[in-house]
Design a protein around this ligand. Sequence first.
Ligand SMILES: NC(=O)c1ccc[n+]([C@@H]2O[C@H](COP(=O)([O-])OP(=O)(O)OC[C@H]3O[C@@H](n4cnc5c(N)ncnc54)[C@H](O)[C@@H]3O)[C@@H](O)[C@H]2O)c1
Length: 334
Amino acid sequence: MVRIGLLGCGRIGRMHAELIAGRVPGVELTAAYDFMAGAAESVVADFGGRAYDDPAGVVAADDVDAIAICSPTDVHIEQLEMAAAAGKPTFVEKPLSLDLGLTDRGIAAARAAQIPVQVGFNRRFDTSHRSVRDQVMAGDVGEVHLVRITSRDPAPPPISYLEGSGGLFLDMTIHDFDMARFVTGSEVEEVFARGAVRIDPAVGEVGDIDTAVVVMRHANGAITTIDNSRQAVYGYDQRVEVFGSAGMVASDNPTTTTTIRRGVAGSYGSTVPYFFIERYLQTYINEWSEFARVVRGEIDSPVTLDDGRAPLLLGLAAWKSLRENRPVLVEEIG
Ligand SMILES: NC(=O)c1ccc[n+]([C@@H]2O[C@H](COP(=O)([O-])OP(=O)(O)OC[C@H]3O[C@@H](n4cnc5c(N)ncnc54)[C@H](O)[C@@H]3O)[C@@H](O)[C@H]2O)c1
């Protein structure tokens, strides 16, 4: 058994605790901490383990083999440093941080301690997206020319969440930046972003956007376009297409059922899953299965610290591009 100590028991931490406890063989929850009184107690009551009143207690516990950092983004790095000091393998949610200097500090601490770290880019564990990557890597579409990523949420988060999130590019598009690197196997060299407020003026009032297109040039010459919206009325729209000299490969949305109805006016089918938990639940289970193997030393981390850092650079480049109304070279960022 790989025994997990959880830091952060909010929306995603509670979901991970549930999966660790009930859906992933070979892992169990033994400790939890949350800044908010009662949150860790509630999670351990439902999913096992002991609640602690500080993160250091979780990290130091003898019955904790590995740490899961699911706390707010602004404390990821200090908690990664705690885990590194204790020499414990760590799973850390995306993004590593919103600050490049802090990120590099955390990466240096983890490397110095030689702990394995897996970053929470869960979409890499979607079997359809992974199949796109595998076919691209096998050369099935030839030389890659274009990548199209569509990523639209069903509804915007609360304005209070947006204020600390890093905004659309660092909170939401960051998954798509990761996907662009994942399916092409090629780093991004240049980013051009357009953004708008098309859904809720309150989003603009906190300096964010809710609608965007990003165009990126990869080191191998391929061009990726990403389109984002915070509000797709039909659900969580997630599609990836890679087009190349020998054809194309794409992952489409699943539908909630396979039922179809036909009438005189046309045909009707089910819509797409509502949001990320409905669409990507299996990816979180898969990421935990792989993390357990990382902790046991059976495989290297499938989402490395470098994979955590690169999309942060692209998010910072996208914000700079939008603000300065020009393409930004990634090397300008760091
Ligand atoms: N991979 C994904 O699909 C995905 C999805 C959602 C969120 N996330 C990431 O997970 C992280 C948490 O997001 P969330 O949606 O669960 O947020 P949330 O606000 O629902 O939960 C965060 C929890 O952390 C607690 N907390 C605050 N300070 C803490 C500290 N110092 N140590 C431990 N806990 C602390 C809060 O009380 C809260 O319960 C963010 O970095 C977010 O970007 C990833």
